[in-house]
Design a protein around this ligand. Structure first.
Ligand SMILES: Cc1cc2nc3c(=O)[nH]c(=O)nc-3n(C[C@H](O)[C@H](O)[C@H](O)COP(=O)(O)OP(=O)(O)OC[C@H]3O[C@@H](n4cnc5c(N)ncnc54)[C@H](O)[C@@H]3O)c2cc1C
Ligand code: FES
Length: 343
């Protein structure tokens, strides 16, 4: 059974099957819509339910707040149709609509970047041409492992996909990728997804903030911006607990030498030896740099606590939420989730 939806600013109706989400239906028929985790944790797929009813699956209370709910917003990745209706996409002028691809790949290179983070390069075997925007991610399935989301570290024009995968103790995919994977092993890649992509028409300063393997999408964004001749100030802040957690410093120092508009700043998250309280955060360092926050774009990726804390701080200091583009590496099980309910 299907339910017919009108999509504001889209010329055709979309028929949504009872057992599919609104997001899946829109993507199936090629309606561009921003999305990220597809599991109710990031909030990137929010849309306004103008009329009709949907049943919302479990989701993070941060991805769809009570306020959002009262304002008539839904998470399209968790919304199953109960009747037909009308949906308005948020900021639909700010959406990239690459066709979804499925690639069969083989592992071409594995390099340890730190004790925990490995660079994995995948060669495409079948699946043909693919396109994505710098900063997006894909779902990667290593043979015998569950699918997991990983962000591309390479530029979209590169023929080989590069990932930076951090080993999470007890984790299925990341432990496999960093301890058992071999060159020549197969991997399936589905995507692209995500709303934290480089806005190429923006001319103001770019603030890129990475924590841990969150450097992967920031590397893609920065290398793409520089290769496309974007001339504004571009500054990369990398937050790390200590020196040995930093990686690819030489690479970014080399970019600094080649491009006068690019700066690289590692921020070691030092703690007070006695109180163990953090005395230096990446938020403090960004604020101290004295940007004109009316003209910046902020890109950030990595641990959700780092990304969410930075977002809150910058909004409190005047950055518009629409100028902050983030990819928190959420773990669904660690998030408070709301159980299913009818909207
Ligand atoms: C949009 C997106 C992009 C991502 N991009 C990257 C990337 O480029 N590089 C990268 O390394 N990771 C990335 N991640 C995280 C990645 O998808 C996996 O969650 C991570 O590799 C752990 O998967 P796993 O199968 O090893 O662990 P699981 O088997 O899923 O988890 C095992 C246990 O570890 C806990 N756990 C899982 N992940 C974490 C974590 N990050 N911190 C603390 N505890 C955790 C779980 O709660 C669980 O108890 C991204 C996540 C998202 C949502
Ligand atoms: S894509 Fe729907 S909440 Fe992340």
């Amino acid at each position: 059974m299907t339910h017919r939806f009108t999509i504001t600013d889209w010329p055709e109706f979309v028929d949504v099957y009872s057992n599919e989400t609104i997001l899946d239906a829109l993507l199936r028929v090629g309606v561009p819509i921003s999305h990220g985790c597809r599991s109710g944790t990031c909030g990137a797929c929010k849309a306004r339910l103008v009329s009709g009813n949907v049943e919302l699956g479990s989701h993070s209370i941060y991805a769809l707040t009570e306020r959002d709910h009262t304002d008539g917003l839904v998470l399209t990745c968790r919304a199953f149709p109960v009747s037909g209706g009308t949906i308005t996409r948020l900021g639909s002028g700010e959406v990239v609509g690459h066709p979804l691809f499925r690639l069969e790949c083989e592992v071409g290179e594995i390099t340890a970047l730190t004790d925990e983070i490995h660079r994995i390069r995948l060669r495409v075997v079948t699946g043909g041409r693919f396109a994505f925007s710098a900063g997006q991610f894909v779902s990667v399935t290593f043979a015998g492992q569950p699918p997991r989301d990983y962000s591309m570290a390479n530029r979209p024009s590169d023929p080989v996909l590069e990932f930076h995968i951090r080993r999470v103790n007890g984790g299925a995919s990341s432990v496999h990728a960093t301890t058992e994977l071999s060159v020549g092993d197969s991997a399936r890649v589905d995507g692209p997804y995500g709303a934290c992509w480089l806005r190429e028409s923006h001319t103001g300063a770019i603030i890129a903030v990475a924590g841990g393997s969150g450097l992967a999408p920031m590397k893609s964004i920065i290398e793409t911006a520089l290769a496309k001749g974007m001339r504004q100030l571009i500054k990369l802040y990398v937050a790390a607990p200590s020196e040995c957690d930093l990686y690819m410093e030489d690479h970014f120092r080399e970019l600094e030498r080649r491009f006068e508009n690019f700066t690289f700043l590692p921020v070691l998250q030092s703690s007070d030896r006695i109180t163990k309280r953090r005395v230096c955060t990446v938020h403090d360092v960004v604020l101290a740099d004295g940007y004109d926050f009316t003209e910046v774009k902020v890109y950030a990726a990595g641990p959700p606590e780092l990304v969410d804390g930075l977002t809150r701080t910058l909004i409190a200091h005047g950055v518009r939420p629409t100028d902050i583009h983030t990819e928190p590496f959420h773990v669904a099980a660690a998030e408070p989730m709301l159980e299913e309910g009818t909207d």
